[in-house]
Design a protein. Sequence first.
Length: 466
Amino acid sequence: MTDVILHNVEVDGDPGLDVLLRSGVVAQIGRELEASERCDIVDGKGGALIPGLHDHHIHLHALAADRVSLQCGPPDVTSPDDLARALGSAAGEGWIRGVGYFESVAGMLDSEVLDGLHGRRPVRIQHRSGAMWALNSEAARLARLDTADHPGVERDGTGRPTGRIWRADTWLRERLPATSPPKLDAIGAELARCGITGVTDATPDLTSSTVAALVDSHVSGALPQRLHLLGAPHHFTPGAPDCTVGPYKIVIADSALPDIDDLTSCIRRVHAEDRAVAVHCVSREAFVILLAVFDEIGSRPGDRIEHGALVPAESIDDLRRRGIRVVTQPGFLADRGDAYLRDVDAADLPDLYRCRSLIDGGVPVALSSDAPYGPVDPWQVMAAAVTRLCPTGDIVGAAERITPADALDRYLAPLDDPGGSARRVTTGAEADLVLLDGPLADVLGDPDASRVRATWIGGRCVYRMP
């Protein structure tokens, strides 16, 4: 690997430095470093050099599929007529896969509603939360919903499937025409352009073939980012460099809260296997159930709450005492905060996607995207954490705003320590780096992915601004 000197960069607020990258690590930091014959020199032009960003909660295959799916929600689709036109003009033949649907378009979709919008081809449309798929009658027939015994298949009072399927992505996929996992080349490049050098895939219950596809994408270089997996099976070992297994993902579905004894048994079993848990928790009821389980069995290092969409103020100290971290997504405020202001009970708004109160309360907090269900751009998420602005320009939870530096630090924690100490550009550190187009204070004053000039992972440049 060729040595690289990043010339005239700012590190931790100190301008005019040179940084030498050698054998995948930061080998030296100083002024006017001497370049060897086999050394590439990159002129930093005074821009800040920071560690690569980590997205601590993303869904890689879903994001790749989203990029080639039919968009079925705002801002482009806002009415039943819009949706009918979009479905009618969908390219190709066979199945139509729609994403991003919100009930403001045409209410809660089911087979009957979808049949009225498009009945010729099989259609499945995902709610923008990722929690539900709605199938028209032809799709329901092909997926054999009438004989299904999965609890996520919703039925009406007569026992007939409604066409809604809740939290059953893996099960549904097995009933659809066989397809190869989506390629991740474009996703890896998009993340690199944003300065992301490590990702935690938070998809639950990954099959062995899906895990293999994710690991293969990394090994091949299609996904250059370091890869941390929450949904990997128990006792799975990736067997590939820069691929690791994290806490075990458990989903508390807000559509059907679990039996507390079943959840207790599940978490106790995972803990007994010396593995922490990462629990999807988006409602007040789910949060109360989860804390009750931890009250009974205790927590272990690494236990984390995914989303923490509603965290009661009186529970913050409980999280701190148990050492439970929160991986949250304030980017949802920028994406759909207007819907929260309209639909969420006013008493719950102060508890929504907390940041400042959790940090001040000693709870480790990491920021993430939840893409494709939230905005993938980490700079947009950081801006949302700082401003708490929703699309209407209103502010959701002003008391929960954090500083730009705090927001950045929530993206700089190690993949295996979300909410932990932010990584720094120091001698001996892995050369996962992002070069910005100006001093850090200037960039944080106007955070945007366009400010990323170049990204390195393990000393290898994976993105350079044209």
